[in-house]
Design a protein around this ligand. Structure first.
Ligand code: PMP
Length: 381
């Protein structure tokens, strides 16, 4: 008798697919999944077309095309004043997702423990489970989503192998303070613990906040794998090109997994992105670009019945509906779609135990028209 004993029995269809399908069924405005509804810069499209036609259509080097790795190196230098080695410390990946999966695959063995912070992006835990690790989630609560570092420290055991952070955090929309980073560094410094720093929203920070990377901290430099995503940087989530940056010894292990999983990433797109990033304003202006959208929503929702948590980063915003309904999040988001034609994501989807605190997440990577419609729909709730 053929039986497939699932390695991921608890995994079902993601909430993003569920909400997008529900939105389509009810003709609702879809602010659930995180992707732009406006066009990619035609200049970038033109570059991809040019490289498609220029014969760069065979396997790229396993680590990524050299010119793109050099651009990523330049970006680290320019933005963070940090020198990373393009040859030994940077690998181009199939999106941030592959970089996350590959890091976990390279590090985690059965019995290892992984500390993460919830609300958390959904691809961390399944990868840890696949490789026999156990998640030790730390629950962060709205509106501050503050980390109690003493509590985190109490979770460390001899089996702790990895700490996963997402900074800026999706969906909490918070950015670590210098004190948070110092506490993290101090906590791991005398342990054999690595850090996976998901920094895909690095440039999407607002007000006076500057982009940060954990690699800048001297104690974290040797033990941190940083993950980036050109999907976020270039408003092109469908291209699935990202990167990982880590110290040479860490990157050597990362590449052993990447080599036999993905091997290499779409060649013409890599060349196109490299050319496009020669103009640093394309990422340096991202914070301003998204802040306008955030501020439009904040102003528009001022008179709504939602309590709005002002995001420090990412292209999401958390809305607290406790003044509107006492329904749990999973029910409230269905009501929003069916009665108000608006699709959002329950924050509970980002907690392993479905912790519900009457909050939903809305994506504002949308054109002005969509945001205007969103404001009208939300103010009518
Ligand atoms: N990390 C976080 C926090 C994300 O929000 C996303 C995309 N939604 C990713 C990683 C994955 O990035 P990519 O689309 O480049 O695989």
């Amino acid at each position: 008798m053929l039986t497939l004993d699932s390695k991921l029995p608890a995994v079902g269809t993601t909430i993003f697919s569920v909400m997008s399908a529900l939105a389509a069924e009810h003709g609702a405005l879809n602010l659930s999944q995180g992707f732009p509804d406006y066009a990619v810069d035609p200049k970038l499209i033109g570059l991809v077309e040019r490289y498609l036609g220029a014969g760069t259509n065979q396997y790229a080097p396993m680590t990524g095309v050299a010119v793109l790795r050099e651009r990523i190196q330049e970006k680290f230098q320019r933005v963070h004043g940090l020198l990373v080695d393009a040859e030994q410390e940077i690998t181009v990946t199939a999106g941030g997702t592959e970089a996350i999966f590959t890091t976990i695959a390279a590090l985690i063995r059965p019995g290892d423990e992984v500390i993460s912070f919830e609300p958390a992006y959904d691809c961390y835990a399944p990868a840890v489970t696949l490789f026999g690790g156990t998640m030790r989630p730390v629950r962060l609560v709205a509106p501050e989503f503050a980390v109690d570092w003493d509590y985190v420290k109490s979770l460390i055991t001899p089996r702790t192998r990895l700490i996963i952070v997402n900074n800026p955090n999706n969906p909490a929309c918070r950015v670590f303070s210098m004190a948070d980073i110092a506490a993290l560094a101090e906590m791991v410094q005398n342990h054999n613990i690595f850090v996976l720093s998901d920094e895909v929203y690095e440039h999407l920070v607002f007000d006076d906040i500057q982009p940060q990377t954990l690699l800048r901290h001297p104690l974290l430099r040797e033990r941190t794998f940083v993950v980036g995503s050109f999907g976020k940087l270039l408003h092109a989530t469908g291209w699935k090109v990202g990167y990982c940056v880590a110290a040479p010894a860490l990157m050597a292990e990362f590449r052993k997994v990447h080599q036999f999983n993905v091997f290499s990433v779409h060649t013409p797109t890599q060349y196109a992105i490299a050319d496009y990033l020669a103009d640093a304003s394309h990422y340096e202006n991202l914070g301003r670009f998204f802040q306008q959208k955030r501020d439009f929503l904040l102003a528009g929702l001022h008179d709504s019945r939602f309590r709005v948590y002002v995001p420090q980063g990412t292209y999401f915003i958390v809305l607290d509906y406790s003044a509107i309904s006492s329904a749990p999040e999973n029910e409230f988001v269905r009501e929003l779609v069916i009665q108000h034609r608006l699709a959002t994501i329950p924050l509970a989807a980002f907690y392993h135990d479905g912790f519900s605190q009457q909050c939903v997440r809305v994506c504002f990577a949308k054109q002005q028209e969509t945001l205007q419609q969103a404001v009208e729909l939300l103010c009518a709730v």
